[in-house]
Design a protein around this ligand. Structure first.
Ligand code: UT7
Length: 331
C-alpha cells in the first residue's frame, strides 16, 4: 500500500486593516523607531479593532480567503483546529464557532494552545490525522489577537506583538510530499519568563490582579531571547542531521517571527543564505500562532512543488520545535 503523507494544499490569510506603526508607539511609550527596528526588525503591526471582535473574526476571514482561492467546499472539511493563545473565551471552543461560521457543517473543532508554537504543534496533530488514513480534509488555522493581552503602557512588550490569522488545508498525498519529520520539545521551567499571570485557573482575573496589570503579557525578554536563539537553532540543526540534509537541500526556512535577530541566528546556525529565509516580521510583528501560516501565505507564489521547508518555532511554556516539510504544489 502506498504511504500516506500529509500535505498542505491551500492557504488563506487575514490581517486587520488598522496599522500600529513605530511612529505611533513613540507617542504612546518611551521608545523610538530606530530602537524597535534595530532590536526586533519590526516597523509596524496590525491591530484588530471593534467591539466583540475576537480571534475567531480573523480565523473566519483567513478561512474565507482560503475557500475563495481554492474553491473548497466547506462541507467537506472534517476537522477544524484553531491554534491560538487567545481564544475568544474560556470554556467555549473557538474552533467550534469558526467551523459553524464557515459552513463546515460536517466537521468537529477544537483549539490547540502551545503559545507561539501552537501552529507548529498543530501541523503535527493535523498530519497525524491525515496519516492515519481516517481523515482527508483538515483545516488548521493559526490566529491570535495579541492586542487583547498587551499593556500599551509597557514598552517591553507593546512594541513586539500584532494581530493576524492564517489558514491551511491538510490533505493526503501519495507522492511523499508534506510533513516528513518533526522534533517537538517543551520545558515547563520557562513559564516564569513569559506569561499572562491572571488569565487562567491558577490566578483568575480579579480587581486586584487588574490593578497590578497581571491580566497582560509579562515577558523577561532577555531570558526568552536567549532560550529562543539556542533552542530554535538547536532543533533546526537536529532535524537536518537526522534527515541527512545539508543547507543545499533546504529551499526555505520558515521560522516563527518573534524577532529578526532570533530568525537570523537560526539561519546562521544552519548556514542558510538570507534569500532562503522567509521574513515578514517588519509588517506584522509577532502574531504568535499566526506567524507561520502568514509566512506561507506571503511566500505562496514563490513556493514550488517539491521545495524543502524547515519550520521552526519557539514560545511560552517554553515550547519549541522544528518540522521538515516538502511543499506539494505550484500556485
Ligand atoms: O514569541 C515568543 C517568544 N518571544 C520572543 O522570542 C521575544 C524574545 N525577546 C526579544 O525579542 C528581546 O529581548 C526584546 C525585543 C523584547 C528586547 O530586546 P533586548 O535587546 O533584549 O533589550 P533589553 O530588554 O535587554 O533592553 C535593552 C535596553 C534597556 O535599557 P538599559 O537597561 O540598557 O538602559 C531597556 O530598558 O533597552 C531598553 N528598552 C527599550 N528602549 C526603547 C527596552 N524596551 C525598549 C523600548 N524602546 N521599547
Amino acid at each position: 500500500m502506498t504511504k500516506i503523507t500529509a500535505a498542505i494544499t491551500a492557504i488563506g490569510k487575514y490581517v486587520p486593516d488598522d496599522i500600529l506603526s513605530n511612529e505611533m508607539l513613540e507617542k504612546m511609550v518611551d521608545t523610538n523607531d530606530e530602537w524597535i527596528f534595530s532590536r526586533t526588525g519590526i516597523r509596524e503591526r496590525r491591530i484588530l479593532k471593534g467591539e466583540g471582535k475576537g480571534t475567531s473574526f480573523m480565523a473566519i476571514k483567513a478561512t474565507q480567503n482560503l475557500i475563495e482561492k481554492s474553491k473548497l467546499d466547506p462541507a467537506e472539511i472534517e476537522i477544524v483546529i484553531v491554534s491560538t493563545a487567545t481564544p475568544d473565551m474560556q470554556a467555549a471552543v473557538t474552533a467550534a464557532f469558526v467551523a459553524s461560521e464557515i459552513g463546515a457543517v460536517n466537521a468537529f473543532g477544537f483549539d490547540l494552545e502551545a503559545a507561539c508554537s501552537s501552529f507548529l504543534y498543530g501541523m503535527s496533530v493535523a498530519a497525524k490525522y491525515i496519516e492515519s488514513g481516517r481523515y482527508k480534509k483538515i483545516l488548521l488555522i493559526g490566529a491570535d489577537k495579541c492586542s487583547s493581552m498587551i499593556d500599551y503602557t509597557d514598552r517591553a512588550t507593546c512594541i513586539i506583538f500584532g494581530d493576524g490569522a492564517g489558514a491551511v488545508l491538510f490533505e493526503p498525498n501519495f507522492e511523499g510530499l508534506g510533513l516528513q519529520d518533526e522534533y517537538l520539545r517543551s520545558d515547563g521551567a520557562g513559564r516564569d519568563f513569559l506569561q499572562v499571570k491572571a488569565s487562567g485557573s491558577m490566578y483568575p482575573v480579579t480587581k486586584e490582579a487588574i490593578d497590578k496589570r497581571e491580566n497582560f503579557v509579562y515577558q523577561d525578554g532577555k531570558t526568552v531571547f536567549k532560550n529562543a536563539v539556542f533552542n530554535m537553532a538547536d532543533v533546526a540543526v537536529k532535524i537536518l542531521k537526522r534527515n541527512n540534509l545539508t543547507k543545499k537541500d533546504v529551499n526555505w526556512l520558515a521560522a516563527h517571527q518573534a524577532n529578526r535577530r532570533i530568525i537570523e541566528a537560526t539561519a546562521n546556525r544552519i548556514k542558510l543564505e538570507s534569500s532562503k529565509v522567509m521574513m515578514n516580521i517588519e509588517h506584522y510583528g509577532n502574531t504568535t500562532s499566526a506567524t507561520l501560516p502568514l509566512l506561507l501565505a506571503d511566500y505562496e507564489t514563490q513556493l514550488k512543488k517539491g521545495d524543502t521547508i524547515i519550520f521552526a518555532a519557539f514560545g511560552g511554556g517554553f515550547t519549541w520545535g522544528s518540522i521538515y516539510f516538502k511543499w506539494a504544489y505550484n500556485s
